[in-house]
Design a protein around this ligand. Structure first.
Ligand SMILES: [Zn+2]
Length: 123
């Protein structure tokens, strides 16, 4: 499956002290009570960007806003890496790999990954 990797994005400060995430010409507003970014114009075809992290088993983790998600083998849903700890955050992707639902209410801090030239490494 083709995944959307490596989109460029920038943060745009707003006059209310927040920031918008701009991605490929679309802007996203950060939800105050969660880590989610929602498209600031829901009628446009905006979507969230994410990175994929290859694993030794040939699967791919999704990294979105510093959190990582595993693919559920029976569905297109991706579940938080800390699902076993009771975290219910999940992502739903369409057949093109575009995030169509992001429930990012994590109950924990994001895992520590660092970005290197070779990709992301968990530290
Ligand atoms: Zn989580």
């Amino acid at each position: 499956m083709q995944r959307n990797v490596g989109y460029n994005y920038t943060f745009i400060p707003t006059n209310k002290g927040g920031q918008l995430l701009m991605l490929n010409g679309y802007t996203y507003r950060k939800c105050n009570k969660s880590f989610n970014y929602y498209c600031s114009n829901m009628s446009s075809k905006g979507y969230l960007t994410y990175h994929t992290i290859p694993t030794a088993k040939g699967n791919a983790l999704i990294m979105l806003n510093k959190f990582t998600y595993w693919k559920d083998s029976r569905s297109r849903n991706y579940y938080c890496s800390k699902r076993a700890s009771g975290c219910k955050a999940r992502l739903k992707l369409d057949h093109k790999g575009v995030i169509i639902l992001a429930d990012c209410n994590h109950i924990h801090e994001p895992p520590n990954y660092i970005k290197t030239a070779a990709g992301y490494i968990k530290i």
